[in-house]
Design a protein around this ligand. Structure first.
Ligand code: SF4
Ligand code: SF4
Length: 821
């Protein structure tokens, strides 16, 4: 018996972005195992072209014909009124046979599994999964794969891997958010936009000044204090493979086909352990703001944000050493990389890009002779074309190659001339006198055909492995390349070559036909699920509560009439001391607020806070949502992103006494949610400075120390009050939490005073004030104002006036809007 097989090694898939049809084609031809793309209306890249539901089946069939999986992003929060539309999108995905939907919203996850139980579900990075508990919670919702937060290190991922069987997907390339995904409310503050709704306003890419204890700190040319470098982790792929990561993901649904092709090829090569330096350079040339391993290499507050620029730079090509005034700008550059005529260059400017000069290279000269290209180490004269910027560039500054037409051509040529082909494993099985069966397996798809001719005894040239590989491997006009070949045939048999060819063609056609596989759907509707979604527990006690950052605020709040306080302090020991002191002073309700983010090993923070036996715990993340036990009231915070009835029911069903409605709701949506019967189970934030960014990056350590993390930063956060001043002159406070994560708060408070009366009519009984840096006297004024409002002794207008707060809830035209103009 002839027998041969090749073992395939378990490898992660390369998952590429597809913002439009050209990018999708580039991804497929460059070797992506899977692509992800949005449907019109429901995905976190509203600005991408996206795909429409009507042609989804055709798109999926095309992908499947190439052995490529397609994941559809439904990863935005939705509102009650949109539930029928999201249901339609889920049904379209099920009918089209998409390989998974990517979901942020807990209620949408529940809906997917209710409507299409076999449709695979991936938990979006927008779910902010940072520990094994949050991954397991996503699994309980039906997710087989979790896309981890980009703030985790390889070591963190290994710890999570050890505690869960879920498939893990990791971002390895592309733009990073400065905020934890799913926790950025900056665009709400700008007004009417939401990163959780696919409409990020990129406020992290704007310039800010650092204000320390009220004084602007001179940072030289550094202005983009929240604009992180891009991620490029090709060197870490072996480590991620060793951990057992299932998918490595490239960001970039707003980028073009050259970027998609070049980055896909880079990570295909990284998985195959065959990266050539040129492949990496090509990927970075197509788009890069400067690049590094991001948080995958661990926290380093000195590395992530350089501060000099916020947009595409490409690759550094040298330094400007002299300037020659002339009819055209003539630059003298010492090169660190090759530079050719036709390349785009940019000479870095000063603060906020002042004096930045860019243009296309018109001519290059070396030693007085014009050349086509300069090489690394050479000092060359470069003339920019007539369309260059007219300002004088800055000597001594870095020069970047922003564009290289030869690279773009090479990337395009490669995918046209040498498209990636998918391995097709074949087996040929049969007995003498019978037609053998040819079976093919490629990326999970299987098909088989019976050869139309029987095996006969070979007189002189029996079938051998080489002949079969040659005939069955003639797959050049298909998406496949022959992988393993397994033979189970008697010795000394033969088949005509023409029969083998017909069988091979029939098998390829059959693989195309099995590509389409719809998922069955149920008759559950989104509306029926939402209408069933009424809590069955007793509502928690009523009251006005204040979330405080120090014990003085807590005392002032209680003295002014707050029914209770939550302690959200920078350090843990002080929390215990304060809780005991406040209790001794007669406080009837003292809750605690653990950090929003919980990384592996940080469960001990929650355990310590629980050991204080607080009256309530604010549940801020999915890992904490999964915790049970203890006698404290569990109140879900805004960071759980509850925007509609199904998600409210989902969190309440996990032992929460109440939830905090998301700030993605606007006033009318909030009123509708509360009026749906959920009012008594809500704790409404009536006054707060909007938390804009919630970041792993510590701005304070980055700019006030040389330390890379809390171990060597010298703890400047304990000595200084730090703010970021925007272009409108507003100072937004930066506060650190126990885990060293920074929150940038809006400079001005938002007040939902105008909504209190209708909320009370809907049964709402719990209201919360969130404090940041208010003095005792300010705390007293704020608490008294809302106490008076709740007792109907004051009007909302009087509250706004007294507190100088902007009226509204969540998505309003907030004062940060000046930044977006
Ligand atoms: S951090 Fe926020 S503003 Fe910046 S890109 Fe991410 S979602 Fe947008
Ligand atoms: S100790 Fe303070 S300054 Fe240092 S990293 Fe932590 S939060 Fe930042």
């Amino acid at each position: 018996m002839l027998s041969m097989a090749t073992m395939a090694r378990e490898r992660p898939e390369v998952l590429a972005p597809a913002g439009d049809a050209a990018a999708m084609r580039a991804a497929v031809r460059a070797g992506a195992d899977a692509v992800y793309f949005g449907l019109e209306g429901f995905n976190a890249r509203a600005r991408a072209t996206n795909f429409d539901a009507a042609s989804l089946g055709k798109t999926m069939d095309e992908l499947h014909a190439h052995g490529v999986r397609g994941y559809v992003t439904l990863n935005t929060l939705v509102f009650d009124a949109e539930l029928p539309a999201i249901e339609a999108a889920i049904r379209a995905c099920a009918a089209a046979g998409v390989d998974a939907v990517i979901v942020q919203d807990l209620g949408v996850a529940r809906l997917v599994k209710a409507i299409a139980p076999t449709l695979p579900l991936h938990a979006s990075t927008q779910m902010t999964c940072t520990d094994a508990g949050s991954v397991e919670l996503a699994r309980e919702l039906g997710a087989e794969r979790v896309i981890l937060a980009r703030e985790l290190s390889v070591a963190d991922i290994a710890k999570i891997r050890a505690e869960t069987d879920a498939e893990l997907e990791v971002f390895v390339h592309g733009a990073l958010c400065i905020s934890y995904s799913g926790q950025c409310l900056t665009s709400e503050a700008i007004g009417g936009r939401s990163a959780n709704r696919g409409a990020c306003a990129q406020a992290c890419r704007l310039p800010y000044q650092l204000v320390v204890d009220g004084v602007v700190r001179d940072l030289g040319d550094d202005a983009y204090l929240l604009s992180p470098e891009d991620l490029e982790a090709s060197a870490l792929i072996p480590a991620l493979m060793a951990i057992g990561v299932s998918s490595i993901k490239i960001e970039g649904r707003l980028k073009g086909p050259e970027y998609v092709a070049a980055t896909t090829r880079l990570y295909r090569a990284a998985i195959d352990s065959s990266i050539e330096p040129a492949v990496r350079e090509q990927a970075l040339q197509t788009y890069s703001r400067g690049s590094g391993p991001g948080f995958l290499a661990g926290v380093d507050h000195q590395r992530l944000v350089e501060g000099r620029a916020c947009d595409h730079r490409g690759l550094p090509v040298g330094e400007l050493v002299r300037l020659h005034p002339g009819r055209r700008q003539q630059l003298e550059i010492v090169l660190s990389r090759p530079l050719s005529k036709g390349d785009g260059v940019l000479v870095e400017g000063g603060r906020e890009g002042a004096g930045e000069v860019g243009g296309r290279v018109w001519a290059i000269a070396r030693g007085g002779l014009e050349v086509e290209r300069g090489e690394p180490g050479e000092r060359v004269h470069v003339w920019l074309g007539p369309d260059h910027d007219r300002e004088a560039p800055l000597v001594g500054h870095r020069v970047w190659k922003t564009n290289d037409p030869q690279v773009e051509r090479a990337v395009r040529d490669r995918i046209e001339q040498e498209p990636h082909r998918v391995p097709l494993d074949l087996s040929l099985t049969g007995a003498l006198g019978e037609p053998p069966v040819l079976r093919g397996v490629s990326r999970g798809r299987t098909a088989e055909v019976t050869v139309d001719t029987a095996l006969v005894r070979a007189e002189n040239r029996p079938l051998d492995e080489a002949t079969l590989r040659a005939q069955l491997g003639r797959l050049g006009d298909t998406p496949f390349v022959l992988g393993a070949l397994t033979l189970a045939l008697p010795e000394q048999v033969m088949l005509p070559v023409s029969a083998l060819n017909r069988a091979r063609r029939a098998l390829v056609a059959a693989l195309g036909e099995v590509a389409h596989r719809s998922h069955a759907t149920t008759d559950v509707t989104a509306v029926s699920l939402a209408e069933r979604a009424l809590p069955i527990t007793t509502p928690p006690p009523a009251g006005l509560f204040a979330l405080c950052r120090n014990v003085a605020q807590a005392r002032a709040a209680l003295a002014a009439g707050a029914d209770g306080v939550y302690l959200d302090f920078l350090e843990l020991t002080g929390t215990g001391v304060a809780l005991r002191a406040l209790r001794e002073e007669g406080a009837r309700f003292v809750g605690v607020a653990p950090p929003r983010i919980r990384k592996p090993g940080e469960e001990k923070i929650d355990r310590y806070l629980a050991s204080l036996e607080p009256d309530a715990v604010l549940v801020r993340g999915l890992g904490a949502l999964r915790d049970r036990g203890g006698s404290a009231l569990r109140i879900g915070d805004f960071s759980l992103n509850v925007t509609h009835r199904i998600s409210a029911h989902e969190v309440l069903s996990r032992g929460l006494a109440a939830f905090t409605p998301s700030f993605d709701l606007d006033a009318s949506q909030l009123e509708a949610l509360l009026a749906s019967g959920l009012g008594p189970f809500a704790e409404l934030v009536v006054h707060h400075p909007m938390p804009l960014f919630h970041m792993e990056h510590c701005v304070i350590a980055a700019l006030l120390s040389e330390g890379k993390d809390f171990q060597d930063c010298g703890r400047p956060c304990e000595r200084h009050a730090v703010s970021l001043r925007d272009r409108a002159g507003m100072d937004h406070p930066v506060e650190a939490d126990v885990g060293c994560r920074n929150t940038v708060f809006h400079a001005a408070a938002q007040s939902a005073a105008g909504l209190v009366a209708s909320a009370v009519r809907s049964g709402a009984r719990r209201f919360r004030i969130e404090l940041v840096r208010e003095t005792d006297e300010e705390v007293g004024r704020i608490v008294r104002a809302y106490r008076s409002l709740l007792e109907q002794k004051t009007s909302p207008a009087e509250v706004f006036r007294a507190l100088r707060a902007e009226g509204g809830y969540g998505v309003v035209r907030g004062s940060l809007r000046v930044l977006s103009s």
